[in-house]
Design a protein around this ligand. Structure first.
Ligand code: HAM
Length: 443
């Protein structure tokens, strides 16, 4: 059997579980959301940063935390051909912080706070479901170098603005604080004291968490843990005065901006690098089967730059789940219109096809969208295609046109028709378009 036949029979590829193909109809929506986001980022003076999609396993493992789901269950890690332990990025913050330190972006020549945004794929080996994939995308921001609670608030405001800008309004903002290191130590002890007598009744995972990071028990979905979690001590009772002041200032600033929020003292977040303010924006949309899902989440991570070998530098940021956001935008019916097709060129024979190719190129160079036939359709089929694609103008090229070197141009909305020499089409399409379409619309 020849090789190619064998391949044809045997190979039936499917996309990997938990990934998605974004086809042109939907990618227009992605483009819309990304473009709107960039406009908002410009207004807030955030510049784009692009960092690698994979880095050393250690980088993600250390920053996310040994007991996080990301590290224990979800990392796409591998040994490369040089036997380096690498991982596909599960989130954006670690790579950006690494870049901040490696490029010495804390130096005096850089603006302060140093503010960046990113968009791109992230990878987590999770069980796929609505709004949860293994390859997913985030739009994220990070702001370095200021401890001010006003920056926490500004970052939250930026997130809210962005969601509003793409037409997503029905939102619930929940905030909490994880305090400073002294708060964490005191609260850590309080949690150990509280959970230790119930150790044997906790899930196996939480028994380990009790040793390594009791805070993480609060995030457990296991019913055996939930029984005890609901009466666990609240971190708000363990805040140092400094941590209390920071949180109070964030709340006051949110009030000043008329941003509604609820304080959720049980919120801990799935990553270990946070301290002080943490926040999530949730929405329960029919797009998610009316389940409440988090579309944006983030917080402050004041020790992370130092942990990565940089000077002590505070940081705050968030990540938006782009797939989730797209579902919401789709639900809100904010579909951008399909781009107009300015010109369709109908060619009635082979030679006309070659001329069509030349004219199409010239008209595109003048800034217009052009399509033509590549399927050897009969004239009727080509006109049908032009109609289906909503062409504003149709140029017809047949024997007569070639002989006289003129194009027959028809304005589809009015039926108005005109003969125009090829070289005018090539050199001055702008005026033809103005005359036929723009003036036609005013009539
Ligand atoms: P995160 O909460 O792990 O935070 O993820 C942020 C958002 O990404 C989630 O709220 C969700 O919308 C989306 N997301 C997470 N996992 C998936 C998934 N498997 N499928 C679809 N969407 C998902 C972070 O990643 C932090 N780096 C955010 C941050 C930036 N904090 C400070 N700066």
């Amino acid at each position: 059997m020849p090789f190619y036949t064998e391949r044809k029979i045997r190979l039936k590829y499917q996309k990997p579980k938990g990934t998605a193909d974004v086809l042109p109809d939907t990618s227009r929506l992605w483009d819309y959301v990304e473009t709107k986001s960039r406009q908002i980022f410009d207004r807030y003076r955030f510049g784009e940063i692009r960092v690698p999609m994979f880095e050393s396993y250690d980088l993600y493992a250390r920053s996310s935390g040994d007991t996080s789901d990301i590290v224990t269950k979800e990392m796409y890690d591998f040994h490369d051909k040089g036997d380096r332990h690498m991982a596909l990025r599960p989130e954006g913050t670690a790579g950006v912080v690494r870049a901040f330190v490696e490029n010495k972006l804390y130096g005096p020549e850089y603006p302060k706070p140093y503010r960046v945004y990113y968009m791109g794929p992230m990878f987590r080996y999770e069980r796929p479901q609505s709004g949860r994939q293994r390859e997913f995308h985030q739009i994220g921001v990070e702001a370095f170098g200021s401890e001010s609670p006003l920056l926490d608030t500004e970052v939250i405001q930026l997130g809210v603005d962005l969601l509003h800008a793409v037409g997503v309004h029905d939102l619930r903002l929940a905030i909490n604080t994880l305090g400073d290191p002294a708060t964490r130590d005191a609260y850590h002890q309080a949690l150990v004291d509280y959970f230790a007598p119930h150790r044997a009744e906790l899930s196996e995972d939480s028994q380990i968490r009790l040793e390594k990071n009791p805070l993480r028990i609060l995030d457990s979905k296991d019913p055996r843990d939930k029984v005890f979690v609901k009466d666990a001590p609240s971190i708000l009772d363990y805040l140092t005065p400094a941590a209390q002041n920071h949180f109070a200032a964030v709340k006051t600033a949110l009030d000043g901006l008329n941003i509604d929020y609820t304080v959720d003292p049980t919120m801990v977040r799935g990553l270990d690098y946070y301290n002080h303010t943490i926040f999530e924006i949730m929405t329960s949309s029919p797009a998610f089967g009316n389940k409440e899902l988090t579309v944006l989440a983030g917080g402050r991570y004041d020790g992370l730059v130092e942990q990565f070998g940089g000077p002590a530098t505070p940081g705050v940021g968030f990540g938006i789940g782009l797939e989730r956001l797209i579902l919401l935008v789709q639900q809100a019916q904010q579909l951008p219109p399909a781009p107009d097709l300015n010109v369709y060129i109908v060619s009635l024979n082979d030679q006309a096809g070659e001329e069509a190719l030349r004219l199409a190129h010239a008209i595109r160079n003048a800034g217009f969208t052009v399509d033509m036939d590549f399927m050897a359709r009969k004239a009727k089929g080509q006109f049908k295609t032009a109609n289906r694609e909503n062409a504003q103008l149709v140029i017809t090229l047949g024997e007569d046109e070639l002989a006289n070197q003129v194009a027959s141009i028809k304005q589809m909305a009015t039926g108005k028709q005109q003969q125009v020499p090829f070289n005018t089409v090539e050199n001055n399409f702008q005026s033809i378009y103005q005359h036929l379409v723009e003036e036609g619309e005013q009539e």
